[in-house]
Design a binder for this molecule. Structure first.
Ligand SMILES: NC(=O)c1ccc[n+]([C@@H]2O[C@H](COP(=O)([O-])OP(=O)(O)OC[C@H]3O[C@@H](n4cnc5c(N)ncnc54)[C@H](O)[C@@H]3O)[C@@H](O)[C@H]2O)c1
Length: 254
């Protein structure tokens, strides 16, 4: 199926690895030009004719403004913004430090605002402009020990709705909410455990999904390319869960 994305210019934050990188490759396969904004220079290794890398600390408003200007000077336009970057510090409220909280508020919320703020004037000139914001399954069901992280991911649902309403009808904005997906950050979380603890954690995480497995970055990436395409032209404002059916079963059923 042609997604009608050929020659579109896509910015993806935090695309040096994980879901962001898979999404960059998925858009590239659809004939797009993709610009990765990241502070991890590993993204430079992906650079080719169609994938570009711009070092940008998206928590710094001035950096964001300059990086967006750079995209306009280099690519001439912006069609789709994917706000994907996040940091993860897992703790309940009592042991969440000021440092952890600031990092998550800055990367997981503030950067989404900055990116939208400076991309919107250019998105206005696109034929099918879209902003995709990465939220999470924890915006719907709380997973123990994720107080600040789940707060930031829930906030993104509200931010997406604000974009969808304030800039309708010319802009579409959607939230994409993955469940546990095997990315470097989840792998790090798994590797932090040893022996039986590790197996227990993996099995418990897999069994949350009806499909009894972790998600793949490519599965989230394919959904993002579809939802950002004109093929999904009637979808806006809502949150879409890519999580193997988490939360639809009453405990003990089956
Ligand atoms: N992996 C999962 O299981 C999972 C589940 C639900 C939701 N999500 C969401 O999906 C998105 C991607 O997750 P992932 O697991 O692929 O993440 P990841 O940790 O693998 O990658 C995040 C990227 O963001 C970049 N980044 C962090 N701070 C930055 C900053 N200040 N400026 C620029 N770039 C910065 C990092 O360098 C990294 O490349 C996130 O929004 C996350 O909340 C992931």
């Amino acid at each position: 199926m042609d997604l009608f994305l050929t020659d579109k210019v896509i910015i993806i934050t935090g695309a040096s690895k994980g879901i962001g990188l898979a999404t960059a490759k998925a858009f590239e396969a659809e004939g797009c030009k993709v610009v990765i904004f990241d502070v991890d220079r590993a993204g430079e290794r992906q650079v080719n004719g169609n994938i570009l890398f711009k070092y940008c600390d998206i928590t710094n408003e001035n950096d964001v403004k300059n990086a967006i200007d750079w995209v306009i000077n280099t690519c001439g336009k912006i069609d789709v913004l994917v706000n994907n970057a996040a940091v993860f510090h897992f703790a309940p409220a009592e042991t969440t430090t000021d440092e952890m909280l600031n990092a998550m508020l800055s990367v997981n919320i503030k950067s989404y605002f900055f990116m939208a703020k400076y991309a919107l004037p250019h998105l206005k000139n696109a034929t099918h402009p879209v902003i995709v914001n990465l939220s999470s399954g924890v915006a719907f069901q709380y997973q123990a020990g994720m107080a600040a992280y789940s707060t930031t991911k829930t906030a993104i649902l509200g931010f997406t709705r604000s974009l969808a309403v304030d800039y309708a009808p010319w802009l579409r904005a959607v939230s994409v909410c993955p469940g546990a997906t095997l990315t470097p950050s989840l792998q790090r979380d798994i590797d932090a455990r040893s022996g039986a603890e590790k197996d227990k954690f993996v099995k418990a995480t897999e069994s949350i999904s009806l499909l009894n497995r972790l998600g793949k970055s490519e599965e989230v990436a394919d959904f993002i390319t579809f939802i950002a395409s004109p093929r999904a032209g009637f979808c806006t404002g809502h949150a879409f869960r890519i999580d193997g059916g988490v939360g639809i079963r009453i405990d003990g059923d089956k």
